[in-house]
Design a binder for this molecule. Structure first.
Ligand code: MN3
Length: 202
């Protein structure tokens, strides 16, 4: 049975400089992401049938999992899944504005594009301790939420459109405790075409 595997980054570790530095990207991918993956795979060894399912399917129905792996899927499965998405939410050609059609969707949901960015930044900044900020969709409605640790929006029925890792490991080497500077830098990297693709995906 095939286990879950570490996805490659769609760009080089140094491609997001100067906003996200090469060393942080490399450690984040090869150490943090890899560790979530290894722990997830180890915990599912006695239930190899789960490896046939996309991890987001397991995360979307945690209560249906055997109790002895539920917490590992929530934490390590969440970490594995969220980082797999996160790399694609970033692009060396990112930042700036979304397409006009996707921008209109954000404007109709949040008033205007700058208000959307302000609200997202504020949610990311005020998440206490480790976690993520998310742009999510449920029942046709867009919302900005945060979750703690690796708790997944998909476990609450949300579709993830875009997300920002605000664990200190994502920024501490370059930004130390200045999460606000990291968030400001992130806006230069946001892969809007991936966000739009996910929004339109059924
Ligand atoms: Mn991380």
């Amino acid at each position: 049975m095939e286990k879950y595997t570490l996805p490659k980054l769609p760009y080089g570790y140094d491609s997001l400089e100067p906003h996200f530095d090469s060393r942080t990207m490399e450690i984040h991918h090869l150490k943090h992401h890899q560790t979530y993956l290894d722990k997830l795979n180890a915990s599912l060894e006695k239930y190899p049938e789960f490896f046939e399912k996309p991890i987001e399917i397991l995360l979307s129905d945690l209560n249906n999992l055997p109790e002895d792996v539920r917490l590992s899927v929530k934490n390590n499965g969440g970490g594995f899944y969220h980082h797999s998405l996160f790399w694609n939410f970033l692009s060396p050609n990112g930042g700036g504005n979304p397409s006009s059609s996707f921008k209109n969707i954000l404007v109709s949901s949040f008033g205007d594009f700058d208000l959307f960015k302000e609200k997202f930044s504020s949610v990311a900044l005020s998440q206490f301790g480790s976690g993520w900020a998310w742009l999510v969709e449920k029942d046709g409605r867009l919302d900005i939420i945060s979750t703690s640790n690796q708790d997944s929006p998909v476990s609450s029925g949300y579709k993830i459109i875009i997300g920002l890792d605000v664990w200190e490991h994502a920024y501490y080497l370059n930004y130390q405790n200045r999460r606000a500077d990291y968030i400001t830098a992130w806006w230069n990297l946001v892969n809007w075409s991936e966000a739009e693709r996910r929004f339109n995906e059924k």
